[in-house]
Design a protein. Structure first.
Length: 511
């Protein structure tokens, strides 16, 4: 009888034990069957990872961009919508800038070790078209909006540059996932990368698609009359008719980037930072203004922040299938720098004398102190040094610091373990900023005196009986890149309403 009671008691306990054991199993079955690999934004190829000796990815991407911007200029004209007199505004409408770019980018990723890869990409510009057109009848007052020196017009509307194509640069980089959530679920995935950009194609040169009679499309900056020939005089010896528009920036770049993501079931928020430093090469347009007195002769420095969210609504863990929606914001700060602006081609190919004729790089003191009348600009006790280097206008201009903001959305479908497709749209907005902002004087005298200061002075030169100079002091060194017709206050150019729309797609094969 006692044995029977023990059996009756044991039976419910055994049943409870079975239920408790079954409960975790059922919970396991109900867990989301998600992939362990991080989203493609932070995923890198690796090698020597278990039974996978190496990863090799080939990606082919395509992007089309359409950019528009409103070109404005400073003015002191007393007119409704411009100024009410007594000050300078930047409300004089010049025209609308339009640019379309088609870019094809093949990329190779090769795993080196765990979460560590080398990659190479080669952006190829299939077509880049730039033009400036009339807007709101701006062409009817082009003689005012595009005035150079007295009697000059810098260029005519509409303006169009010849189409560009070629290799933009060669990028070589390393990516490392310092942390990988797939390997350690307690940590996020943290990507750190370094990329160098090497100049490969021909550097851009300012060109016009419709040159005037007797002129060439892409004249050298030293070809004053733009006929493609070396005519002597102040023209440089490199004037020729065989120049092309080019497509690269003529710089070497170093880019660093970092991104961090955390997978939480079906969503994976991420964020990071990036920076790009470019260094000009001396054998291109930057070299022409790399002279003493130049204030800004470096490309802009770019720094950015990224925030985004990947959403994985469907995954097939066994077959490595995945559908991902990616929404992203990129903010970028671009410092002041000498750059290829929206007016690079129009001003750089201008035949206006105020831009084509060279200026001399330095000034020197008067040699005859007892006869100031023999000095050109005698009130400064300084004259142009005609033995110094001649400086030509290249089309590159000083662009003000500004912000750039981009939002984008894309969908990615990993159809199988070895294949992935991506399609997306983007919109970018640039803050209004100046694009012809060289300053006349460099405040860094670098040990020089009144004789080298030229127009950068205060006071009026006077001499006592012994020939000693007094009454004038140097305030800086003349900037050899300064051109009053486009750089003087009241004549500078700006852009605003800068909008860029893009569509992009890519396909990747992953071995």
């Amino acid at each position: 009888m006692r044995s029977r009671r023990r059996t009756l008691v044991a039976t419910p306990l055994a049943a409870l034990a079975v239920l408790l054991a079954a409960a975790p199993a059922r919970a396991d079955d109900e867990r989301p069957r998600i992939m362990l690999e991080p989203g493609e934004v932070v995923d890198v190829a690796d090698a020597f990872d278990g039974d996978d000796p190496y990863d090799f990815w080939f990606t082919l991407g395509f992007e089309y961009q359409a950019k528009e911007a409103r070109l404005m200029r400073e003015t002191a004209i007393f007119e409704p919508g411009l100024t009410t007199g007594g000050f300078t505004s930047r409300q004089l409408l010049v025209g609308k800038y339009k640019e379309q770019t088609s870019r094809l980018t093949p990329r190779l990723d090769f795993g080196i070790y765990h979460d560590f890869s080398f990659y190479a990409r080669l952006p190829v510009i299939l077509n880049n078209a730039r033009r400036i057109v009339d807007t709101n009848n701006s062409a009817t007052r082009a003689d005012t909006a595009l005035a150079g020196a007295r009697g000059e017009q810098l260029f005519t509307l509409p303006f169009e540059a010849p189409a560009r194509s070629g290799i933009e640069f060669v990028a070589l980089g390393l990516d490392l996932d310092i942390f990988n959530q797939q390997r350690d679920t307690t940590k996020p995935t943290w990507l750190l990368g370094l990329e160098t950009r090497l100049n490969a194609g021909k550097a851009m040169r300012p060109c016009t698609k419709n040159p005037k009679a007797g002129q060439v499309e892409c004249a050298d900056a030293m070809d004053i009359n733009r006929n493609g020939l070396f005519d002597g005089g102040h023209e440089g010896i490199e004037a020729d008719s065989s120049r092309t528009a080019g497509v690269s920036r003529g710089t070497v770049g170093l880019e660093i980037h970092t991104l961090m993501s955390k997978r939480i079931k079906y969503v994976e928020p991420y964020g990071g930072f990036n920076a790009l430093f470019e260094f000009q090469m001396g054998d291109n347009l930057y070299g022409a203004t790399d002279l003493e007195g130049a204030i800004v002769n470096h490309p802009p420095i770019m720094g950015g922040v990224t925030l985004g969210m990947m959403i994985h609504p469907w995954e097939d863990r066994e077959n490595f299938g995945r559908l991902t929606f990616n929404v992203r914001f990129d903010g970028q700060y671009r410092s002041e720098g000498r750059d290829y602006s929206e007016l690079f081609d129009a001003l750089g190919s201008s035949d206006a004398g105020s831009l084509r004729k060279p200026t001399w790089a330095r000034f020197t003191g008067c040699t005859n102190v007892n006869s100031l009348a023999t000095c050109d600009g005698a009130e400064t006790a300084s004259v142009i040094d005609t033995n110094s280097e001649k400086t030509y206008f290249t089309g590159l201009s000083v662009v003000e610091a500004h912000g750039r903001y981009k939002v984008s959305g894309s969908v990615s479908w990993r159809a199988a373990e070895l294949f992935r497709l991506n399609l997306g749209l983007g919109y970018q907005f640039d803050q209004a900023h100046g694009i012809s902002h060289d300053q006349p004087c460099n405040p860094d005298l670098n040990g020089k005196g009144v004789g080298e200061a030229g127009p950068c002075h205060s006071g009026t030169a006077q001499y006592d009986a012994s020939g000693t100079l007094f009454g004038v002091s140097a305030s800086g060194l003349p900037n050899p890149a300064y051109r009053p017709s486009v750089n003087a206050v009241g004549r500078r150019f700006y852009v605003d309403q800068v909008n860029t729309f893009s569509i992009f797609t890519s396909a990747a094969v992953m071995f």
